[in-house]
Design a protein around this ligand. Structure first.
Ligand code: GMT
Length: 373
């Protein structure tokens, strides 16, 4: 198949999944065309079936807001024509589903199909804002295929937008051969002593991730466990989080690593992964942690309970309940046998349900279904 993939290329779960999907499909012989404003950050494989098409927006003094959406739609149409695309698979509805709609209609005689994958905040935060609501609903409804990354997101989409078309749940996935526990020690020696445990969080540091909860929970764990808290990523909550850590006397034990390329290496060193979000339609980083045998403490929101089985692969707590989080963290970090057992069960759950080789055929079958409809 000839597939055009559009996603946000910068750090973030939707871009990560779109890129991993494209790379895996290319290895299975499909021709993949990434169309975006820069090379997706996870695009690392060289494969002759992958090409990247850069979207440039012409600068002009009249443009207070350069019209990226139009430039993207025009580029998608041009690539589709040139490369004989069968389908546009767009990740994150705003504005990509709208761009796909425009591009497809520019090439009406070619009958290109559009599949929109909903990731979370495109529905729950951005798309449902009144400034985007109508156009997001319209663009989703105009797609030939709609997928959501969890049952929870499917329900949210139906509740918020009243979408009546079928929404196929295809969960996020992980390459379990890459995201695995390395037995040969870990490369974080400059931050963490051998006898210290590692608590880890990775995100875009948006308010929805509730970074202060992680730090407030850690201040309760630190006196009981020789440890470091590693925070990977960047975003608006980083500076306030640094200040909070300092105010709570944790300046030396909370390490802010900023954005990192090789999160698989970092994850495979961790003893515990924390995702205390107030919204999380899936929680890709938690999935990647579980694949590395790292137990997850997450919250009872969105798709997280579909991933983390309480007491078996990690723990689910209520949003904001830092005492409960600290309790589970101490229990896991003081009992190596328990932590390893939960870690192994987490990995098994991933292999059984969210491994790349399990999920990829679901996308391929869905492409076939949409193309033959
Ligand atoms: O978090 C965001 O603002 C956007 C988005 C992203 O690009 O990371 O996250 C969403 O998509 C991920 C990939 O499917 C999911 O793992 C995240 O749970 C989801 N974020 C939220 O629902 C907050």
């Amino acid at each position: 198949m000839n597939i055009g993939i559009t996603c946000y290329p910068t750090f973030g779960g939707s871009g990560a999944i779109a890129t991993e999907l494209g790379q895996a499909l290319a290895r299975r012989g499909h021709k993949i065309h990434f169309i975006s404003y820069s090379i997706p950050f996870r695009l690392q494989d060289y494969n002759q079936n992958i090409s990247f098409h850069d979207v440039e927006v012409m600068p002009y003094p009249l443009f207070k807001y350069p019209p990226y959406t139009l430039a993207l739609a025009a580029k998608m149409a041009a690539v589709a024509e040139e490369e004989m695309l069968d389908v546009f698979h767009v990740h994150y509805a705003v504005p990509h589903a709208t761009c796909a709609y425009l591009a497809r209609n520019m090439l009406r005689d070619r009958n290109i199909k559009v599949i929109t994958t909903l990731h979370g905040t495109d529905i729950t935060l951005v798309g449902s804002d009144k400034s985007f609501y109508q156009i997001t609903k319209f663009s989703i409804e105009e797609s030939h295929g709609i997928t959501a990354v969890s049952e929870s997101l499917k329900r949210d989409t139906i509740d918020l937008f009243g979408i009546s078309q079928d929404i196929r749940v295809i969960p996020n996935f992980v390459d379990t051969t890459r995201f695995r526990r390395e037995k040969g020690g870990c490369n974080l020696k400059s931050f963490v002593a051998d006898d210290e445990k590692i608590l880890l969080h990775i995100s875009n540091f948006r308010p929805v991730k509730r970074i202060p909860d992680i730090i407030r929970m850690y201040v309760k764990v630190k006196p009981k466990i020789k440890s470091k808290l590693l925070l990977v990523g960047d975003g608006p909550e980083r500076i306030p989080a640094q200040e909070l850590a300092k105010d709570l006397g944790l300046r030396d034990s909370v390490v802010f690593l900023g954005q990192q390329e090789g999160v698989d290496d970092i994850l495979s060193c961790a003893d515990l992964y924390l995702l205390p979000s107030e919204q999380e339609s899936f929680g890709l980083s938690a999935l990647e942690a579980m694949s590395c045998e790292v137990p997850v403490i997450g919250t009872n929101v969105g798709g997280l309970p579909e991933l983390v089985v309480h007491g078996e692969t990690g723990y689910i707590t209520e949003v904001g309940n830092v005492d409960q989080m600290a309790y589970h963290a101490v229990a896991l970090l003081t009992d190596d046998a328990l932590r390893q057992k939960i870690g192994k069960q987490a990995r098994q759950r991933v292999v059984d349900n969210f491994g790349q080789e399990r999920v990829l055929p679901q996308y391929e079958a869905y492409y076939e279904e949409v193309l033959s409809a």
